[in-house]
Design a protein around this ligand. Structure first.
Ligand SMILES: NC(=O)c1ccc[n+]([C@@H]2O[C@H](COP(=O)([O-])OP(=O)(O)OC[C@H]3O[C@@H](n4cnc5c(N)ncnc54)[C@H](OP(=O)(O)O)[C@@H]3O)[C@@H](O)[C@H]2O)c1
Length: 313
């Protein structure tokens, strides 16, 4: 039997023999660079062994520096950490995919990634402007490339050893199904917003049937309203189980078979979010059946514009 305290160390096997990934992960979508570096170091010190970043977050350099400093101390090695970053929308053209991962690897000071995701299924006008807009302020999309074209280029990165696994982010169930049907290398991970207000059961069931890990962002509700951390079902279970609401949400996410991501700039919250232990099965059912509000906090799936990143300029 798995000891309840082992929940935080849960690993989920990846398809295509690309090893396993920690279920509990730390995201680095933090606007301030100094805070990003400090939080990344604090997360590794607290026990997190999965770091999620993205070209678009502009945090890869700080995540790389934080890892280097922690590795130098000698307690944690590169191979202990599962590093994830993402191809941005302006790099969907196949010829831009390899230069994009190489630029990310350089910033992260790594030779390979554990997982590389297509950040969104929306291709934007290629170029160095991450948020290309026309004179009316509308996003300029790139109609000259399909998600399948980009996926084929991603498959090439695995063959070349640039990354061990590849996946999709901010996609619908139908988009995942289309890629799975045509792919030579199936997605190892599908990374989407998911929490009790957006459980994505159909997508989760499909992923489980096809050996794909569903990685869940905004697992604590992204400090947005309505507050998941104040939901009466969650707070009642937290009180009963002597845990914090965040720990209840993370235990639910892992015990139902997803891989949740949290982010915090606050060292005490970073430690709290790693100190996750298993809840009784009836508490998991109570959350799955008893929380009936439905909220999507991030509209990125509709437009490819990342809702949680502040607009520049
Ligand atoms: N692919 C995508 O489109 C996409 C989109 C969004 C996010 N992501 C990834 O997912 C990661 C997580 O998403 P998220 O930032 O929405 O995560 P989240 O953990 O749901 O929300 C983070 C917010 O919750 C607060 N918080 C963290 N732990 C807490 C606790 N124990 N108690 C109370 N408040 C707490 C943080 O505040 P403080 O920082 O002030 O402590 C922060 O404001 C991101 O960093 C990113 O890597 C991906």
């Amino acid at each position: 039997m798995v000891h309840p305290d082992d929940l935080r160390h849960t690993e989920i096997a990846l398809n295509n023999g690309s090893g396993a990934m920690p279920a509990l992960g730390f995201g680095t979508l933090i606007p301030d660079p100094v805070a990003t570096k400090n939080a990344t170091k604090a997360a590794l010190e607290a026990g997190f062994r999965l770091l999620d970043t993205a070209e678009r977050y502009r945090t890869e350099r700080e995540v790389g520096e934080a890892m280097q400093e922690v590795f130098k101390e000698g307690k944690i090695k590169r191979e202990d950490v599962f590093v994830v970053t993402k191809l941005w929308n302006t790099n969907h053209r196949p010829e831009r995919v390899k230069p994009a991962i190489e630029a990310s690897l350089q910033k992260l000071k790594l030779d390979f990634l554990d997982l590389y995701l297509i950040h969104t299924p929306f291709a934007f006008q290629p170029g160095s402007e991450q948020d290309p807009r026309d004179a009316n302020g509308n996003v300029i999309y790139d109609k000259g490339v399909t998600l399948q074209d980009t996926w084929t280029a991603m498959e090439g990165l695995v063959s070349e050893g640039k990354c061990k696994a590849i996946g999709l982010s901010d996609v619908s169930l139908e988009q995942v199904q289309d890629i799975v049907k045509a792919a030579r290398t199936k997605p190892a991970v599908v990374h989407v917003e998911s929490h009790p207000y957006l459980p994505e059961w159909d997508l989760l069931n499909y992923c489980k049937e096809n050996g794909i890990v569903l990685q869940a962002f905004a697992a604590l509700g992204h400090s947005s309203e309505p507050s998941l951390l104040k939901d009466p079902v969650i707070t009642a279970i937290a009180q009963r189980a002597n845990k914090t609401p965040a720990q209840v949400l993370l235990a639910w996410a892992i015990q139902r078979g997803t891989a949740p991501l949290t982010t915090s700039k606050t060292p005490s919250r970073i430690r709290e979010n790693f100190e996750v232990s298993a809840l009784p099965d009836d508490a998991i059912r109570e959350i799955s059946d008893g929380v009936t509000s439905r909220v999507r906090f991030n509209a990125v799936v509709k437009t490819g514009v990342p809702g949680f990143i502040p607009r520049e300029k």
